[in-house]
Design a protein around this ligand. Sequence first.
Ligand code: OFO
Length: 181
Amino acid sequence: MKQKEIVTLQRSLLPDTEALLNKQIEMEGKSSAYYLSMASWCHMMGYENAAKYLYTHADEERMHMMKIFQYVNEAGGHAIQPEITGVRHHFNSLREVFELILEHEIKVTKSINNIVDHAFGVKDFATFSFMQWYVTEQREEETMSRRALELFDIIGEEGIGLWTIDQELGKLHAAGEASGT
Ligand code: OFO
């Protein structure tokens, strides 16, 4: 049997599932780039703990991207290294950074749910099962993003408010690290 035939026989991903997974690879890659850019802005502005939180988050998003990347190739598809452009480098405030994160995470959750729904519909139970990790991860990420944003309302941004918020973000980050989130 020729090499190409062996590869074809091993293929278990349908083309539209592969396309959806490649779109998700792109989304996770963009998440990593967005959070790295936000981390840099926070670092430059002196929000040390927010920066640490976001540097770690950027690394985690790359890991999310790589998990899908490996899965696509192992399932006989072709994972595509995404083009990442249009990354924003400047923000109006620390609150805006965390509003953008929550907004972005909600979009990611919808996209993950769409893949899960699709995989179930076409009876691709391997992909359905693989994506369960992302379902849990998104729930945790949304919770963390909401908690971070709540700090702005609870503490307020006047006086030493922003400094206190940054300290609390440090605690949130430490708690997330301890729980593996
Ligand atoms: Fe990959 O979880 Fe956020 O985006």
